[in-house]
Design a protein around this ligand. Structure first.
Ligand code: MG
Length: 278
């Protein structure tokens, strides 16, 4: 696998949707692999991915878990369906996360990540306590495989996430920082959040978006192609450089139209190269 340079552009891509050769054709050699909830995680599937990564000399930083039944339509829907907060699917998603961790181990990947969902602000709530215990168990499962477990940012303000991380209190708990999510969920300025969270950040999404429409309850902002939203990629890259972050910048684009998505990823990669000189 190639040695990835600091702030080298990479891609966030999905098993079952994206082809590795197609990602390589965008001009990158590193990224993060998302695993949809309905993908069968057999050893044969892991071995196929491992062979493809080797063949394409592609370096994988993270394996991301998504879960069946998640829906990102608006904030109340996210709250009801995403991550470990919904009680009805909590146990099943915990087991799925262990399976994703085992799958990543077979690929030789040392970081797993997911959206845990909206961490409740009130630490005395039973949902908070149960999710904290669950995250501890996932951290311990990952640690036994020399993996870190990263929480995706955005659904809660930086301070709430930070307090949760201190409370979980596991040395292998980290953050996957997504600057656009802070804006899409209206949880704070991403650069300010970066200054608080950067010591815990293991990986970064390069994604852009606009703030939610004012006065529309529960609305999410709109994701935009990189450089066309409110993150301010120039100041974001500058903040990463100043803090000495050495990981890759994984372009994430979630629009439905695949041809448009690939085009946006290609121009996002070009923007990162232009801003970083790499
Ligand atoms: Mg993201």
């Amino acid at each position: 696998m190639p040695n990835v340079e600091p702030l080298e552009p990479g891609v966030m891509f999905w098993a079952g949707r994206d082809d590795l050769a197609q990602m390589k054709a965008l001009g990158v050699r590193c990224g993060q692999l998302g695993i949809p909830g309905d993908l069968e995680l057999t050893e044969a599937a892991a071995d196929e991915w491992k062979a493809a990564l080797h063949r394409e000399a592609f370096s994988l930083a993270t394996v991301f878990a998504a879960y069946n039944g998640e829906d990102y339509a608006d904030k109340p829907t996210v709250e009801r369906t995403v991550g470990f907060i919904p009680q009805a699917t909590r146990e099943e998603r915990e087991r799925r996360t262990y399976a994703v961790s085992n799958f990543a181990e077979r690929l030789g990947v040392w970081s797993i990540a997911c959206h845990v969902g909206f961490v409740p602000e009130d630490a005395s709530k039973s949902d908070y306590v149960e999710v904290r215990e669950l995250v501890r168990r996932i951290c311990d499962h990952a640690a036994a495989r020399q993996q870190v477990f990263a929480l995706e940012t955005g659904q809660e303000p930086a301070d709430v996430l930070l307090r949760f991380i201190y409370d979980v209190n596991r040395p292998n708990l980290r953050i996957n920082f997504d600057p656009a999510n802070m804006i899409l969920y209206g949880t704070g300025d991403p650069i300010e959040a970066w200054s608080k969270l950067s010591p815990w950040v293991i990986s970064v999404h390069a994604k852009d978006g606009d703030w939610p429409e004012k006065g529309v309850a529960g609305a999410l902002g709109k994701e935009r192609p990189l450089g066309h939203g409110s993150v301010g990629m120039e100041r974001f890259v500058q903040a990463l450089e100043t803090s000495g972050f050495r990981g890759s910048l994984n372009v994430e684009r979630e629009t439905e139209d695949q041809a448009q998505r690939l085009e946006d990823m290609r121009s996002g990669i070009a923007l990162i190269r232009q801003l970083t000189g790499r």
